[in-house]
Write a protein that binds this ligand. Structure first.
Ligand SMILES: Nc1ncnc2c1ncn2[C@@H]1O[C@H](COP(=O)(O)OP(=O)(O)O)[C@@H](O)[C@H]1O
Ligand SMILES: O=C(O)C1=C[C@@H](OP(=O)(O)O)[C@@H](O)[C@H](O)C1
Ligand SMILES: [Mg+2]
Length: 167
């Protein structure tokens, strides 16, 4: 059994994937964590040293390796679907690709004060909304199902995904 979570920063990919992994007893891969393990650097350090282009290159390689697994929960990073080749790989994978959505206001509340997302560091709610709007069609291109997470607990979202996986 396998499922792939995509969506903007703060949509809850990491949180929901950990719940699913615990409750379904399936391995979880968080792409950001896999990138950290691969590079032995934090995400801000990778951005500082290699820029966004360097980060995206590592992200692409680690995605290809991770997609080899036939079972488990994969939480991507918010920028994983930006590259056309990554989108193609996500579309081609037989696992359901679930897009978690949150409004810019909810996103800002959730990621406020976090310093480990270099792309979001300088952005207020308007900037987050603009970036989300710019990315939205790319997310939709690879999503099989979209779940609106505003006002919902991570557990209720995990329950909905468990239903999708068992049907
Ligand atoms: N449905 C939710 N409702 C409220 N807070 C949430 C929800 N999902 C995630 N969060 C919180 O938002 C923050 C970002 O969640 P995270 O899982 O890291 O998102 P992502 O991996 O998509 O960037 C965390 O502090 C997390 O606890
Ligand atoms: O949206 C993005 O460009 C990014 C999202 C982050 O992952 P989360 O979506 O888990 O925060 C992480 O990959 C990096 O900071 C870049
Ligand atoms: Mg995450």
């Amino acid at each position: 059994m396998k499922v792939i979570l995509i969506g903007f920063m703060g949509s809850g990919k990491t949180t929901v994937s950990n719940l699913l992994s615990d409750q379904l007893n399936l391995p979880v891969t968080d792409l950001d964590q896999a990138i950290i393990d691969h590079s032995q650097m934090s995400i801000p350090q990778i951005f500082k040293r290699s820029g966004e282009i360097g980060f995206r290159q590592i992200e692409h390689q680690v995605l290809l390796e991770t997609l080899q697994s036939k079972d488990g929960i994969l939480a991507t990073g918010g920028g994983t679907p930006l590259r056309a080749d990554n989108r193609l790989k996500l579309q081609e994978d037989p696992a359901p690709v679930i897009l978690l959505h949150a409004s810019p206001e909810e996103t800002a509340r959730r990621i406020q004060g976090s310093h480990d997302r270099p792309i979001a560091n300088q952005l207020d709610v308007i900037g987050l909304g603009k970036l989300l709007a710019k990315r939205q069609s790319k997310y939709e291109e690879c999503a099989d199902i979209t779940i609106d997470t505003d006002g919902r607990s991570p557990q209720s979202i995990a329950d909905e995904i468990k239903d999708i996986m068992s049907n």
